[in-house]
Design a protein around this ligand. Structure first.
Ligand code: NAD
Length: 257
């Protein structure tokens, strides 16, 4: 019986690259995301790798939609071996101008949705005596940058949540880990360029060099494949079975400072 992975926010960026790697391993894929062409993206990946799949545009802002996503994935595939809480958004602003609505959206999508999905999947993983939960946090789950109050708060929160789930899952066959990427060039980063240009009075190139890559010891964006292959290792390899509760920096040396 093929294994099943459910990945939130998997029709773009890191989530999509991760879905492709799991598909290459023969997993059934539960796709989710808000891209308008998400259904086509999911169908294309599934056809390329000849795997079974489900696509849902469940909005991570709404807990009922998250629960329905988990339940429909369980109904379709019989189990969820791996849950990857990956969906995320960003908003950049000094705290005094930071809209409360943006704060709430970031906390709900980047943190609370992971709690709701984990809670929903937990009983079935417990019954199966096996589960892998992987939270896509950020280097901003370990350190801070200005103008990202909500994002840094949410990502620090998910690192804490990861540790608690590791402790609760330890005797149940469930591991829970987080990865903490530095800058990966995906739409979430592309969308920050304009705001950072304005906030810092910089050109696009200056934002890339003086903000995004400034703290990377290796002065490159991190390839999505680096994040995806680490996630696959943490969730699929027998060698990672005792790795739990970690927040692994994948940040080109950023947090080594
Ligand atoms: P992305 O914008 O390419 O992908 C984000 C995905 O989340 C998309 O599929 C989007 O549709 C989905 N999403 C957003 N809001 C949603 C909602 N309300 N409901 C359902 N889906 C929603 O960005 P990415 O870089 O691939 O980001 C993936 C994760 O990686 C995020 O949690 C992000 O914080 C984290 N991350 C990214 C970087 C980076 O530099 N790109 C660095 C560290 C952490």
């Amino acid at each position: 019986m093929a294994k099943t992975v459910l990945i939130t926010g998997s029709t773009s960026g890191i989530g999509l690259a991760t879905a492709k790697l799991f598909a290459a391993e023969g997993y059934n894929i539960g796709f989710n995301g808000l891209e308008p062409n998400g259904a086509e993206i999911a169908a294309e990946v599934a056809a390329e790798y000849k795997v079974d799949y489900l696509f849902s545009s469940a909005n991570m802002l709404h807990s009922e939609e998250i629960k329905t996503l988990v339940q429909s994935t369980l109904v379709k595939f019989g189990k969820i071996d791996v849950l990857i809480n990956n969906a995320g958004i960003q908003f950049v602003s000094p705290v005094e101008d930071f809209p409360e609505e943006k704060w709430n959206d970031i906390i709900n999508i980047n943190l609370t949705a992971a709690f709701i999905a984990t809670k929903a999947v937990w009983p079935s993983m417990k019954a199966n005596k096996f589960g892998r939960i992987l939270n896509v946090a950020s280097a901003h789950g370990l350190i801070a940058s200005p103008f990202k109050s909500a994002y840094v708060a949410a990502k620090h929160g998910i690192v804490g949540f990861t540790k608690v789930m590791a402790l609760e899952g330890g005797l149940l066959g469930i591991t829970c880990n987080a990865v903490c990427p530095g800058y990966v060039f995906t739409p979430i980063v592309e969308k920050q360029i304009g705001a950072q240009m304005e906030l810092n009075n910089m050109t696009r190139q200056e934002v890339i060099e003086k903000i995004f890559l400034k703290e990377h010891a290796v002065k490159e964006f991190i390839p999505v494949e680096t994040i995806a292959s680490t996630i696959l290792y943490l969730c699929d390899s027998p060698a990672s079975a005792t790795i739990t509760g970690i927040a692994m920096p994948l940040d080109a040396g950023w947090t080594a400072h």
